[in-house]
Design a protein around this ligand. Structure first.
Ligand SMILES: [Zn+2]
Length: 344
């Protein structure tokens, strides 16, 4: 079958590859429909590695996917051939201590699509465990189904923040993950979420959502915006989604006393922080690594209309144009949010 293969840093091509299509009793065979290009796919394309994960052999890219069920193993009852589905890309060992504790995303043995050496889903079909395959509600499109993966990160962050109804949120960084985190925080009960970045092009999409307040930290005044919305108290929940060292260093600045801060963005190396400023406000810090048990919730909110992600899909390319789509993604155009690929 055709697959988009990363040969090595800087070299991708659509190639004919063979895959084992044996569908086990608990598995589902799926024809891929839509795949979103993630920052991590682009990073592997450009650099051939992310931290300790190094591309040492050709690897299929892609992990944000939806498709149609072709066949199911005999133990799979929740989906049937013809159903539209989306897939959670991390497959843990269901017998691990972490899986048994409900934190399967932290299982050291997790196999995650397009994280070396595991092949991703930018190919015609995949075999996937039924437990990590979810039926799309009729009013959720394939593209929205593919968006569940990045949305699940925002949903996990919003859940960890312990949002209370009417909280004021602050999201630092308006990349795709920052925006989906802000949307999840609104859906999770925040009345208003301030989202800040250095680039107006990134903030433009966020500014179109009711309840989101976009602030450019170069040209605007973040402190006065936070003060205006919180009677000078500071944000109840803060989401660091930029991974930028200056933002991390000063994270406590715009937080309310007693606030919760969730570290979502990954700095490329050790990032110092003003600990005393955080202590003086007794800030509770949480971190996230991917997500667990977020797909069903995310699909319910998409179906209900409380999460709207259509405006985040900035371009759609055919699978045959994958290389051009990746080149566009690698160019880092600030107004591009999510580039979607569609199989033909
Ligand atoms: Zn992703």
């Amino acid at each position: 079958m055709k697959a988009l293969v990363l040969e090595k840093a800087g070299k991708i091509a659509i190639e004919d590859r063979e895959f084992d299509e044996t569908t086990g009793d608990n598995d589902v065979l799926i024809k891929i429909h839509s795949v979103g290009i993630c920052g991590s796919d682009v990073h592997y394309y450009q650099h051939g590695r992310i931290g300790p994960f190094v591309v040492e052999a050709p690897m299929v890219l892609g992990h944000e996917a939806s498709g149609v069920v072709l066949a199911t193993g005999k133990n799979v009852t929740h989906v049937k051939p013809g159903d539209r589905v989306c897939m959670e890309p991390g497959i843990p060992d269901l017998n691990s201590a972490q899986s048994r504790a409900g934190i399967y995303n932290l299982d050291p043995a997790v196999r995650f699509w397009a994280t070396p050496p595991v092949d991703g889903c930018l190919r015609e079909t995949v075999v996937h465990p039924g437990a990590f395959t979810f039926k799309l509600p009729d009013n959720v499109s394939f593209a929205e189904g593919a968006m569940v993966e990045p949305l699940a990160i925002g949903m996990h962050a919003a859940t960890k923040a312990g949002i209370k109804p009417g909280d004021i949120g602050l999201v630092i960084g308006a990349g795709p993950i920052g925006v989906v985190t802000a949307l999840a925080a609104l859906a999770g009960g925040c009345s208003d979420v301030i989202i800040c970045d250095l680039f107006d092009e990134k903030l433009a999409v966020a500014a179109n959502y009711e309840g989101l307040h976009a602030v450019n930290i170069k040209s605007g005044d973040l402190a006065s915006k936070v003060a205006a919305l919180t009677s000078g108290n500071g944000a109840d929940v803060v989401f660091e989604c930029s991974g930028a060292k200056p933002a991390i260093a000063t994270l406590a600045q715009h937080a309310a006393p007693g606030a919760t801060a969730v570290l979502v963005g990954m700095p490329i190396d050790a990032a110092p922080m003003d600990i005393v400023a955080a202590q003086a406000k007794e800030i509770t810090f949480k971190t996230i690594f991917r997500y667990a048990n977020m797909y069903p919730r995310t699909l319910r909110l998409l179906s209900s209309g409380k999460l709207r992600v259509q405006p985040l899909i900035s371009q759609t390319y055919k699978f045959s144009e994958s290389v051009a789509a990746f080149e566009r993604a690698a160019a880092g155009n600030a107004s591009d949010i999510k580039i979607m690929l569609e199989m033909e």
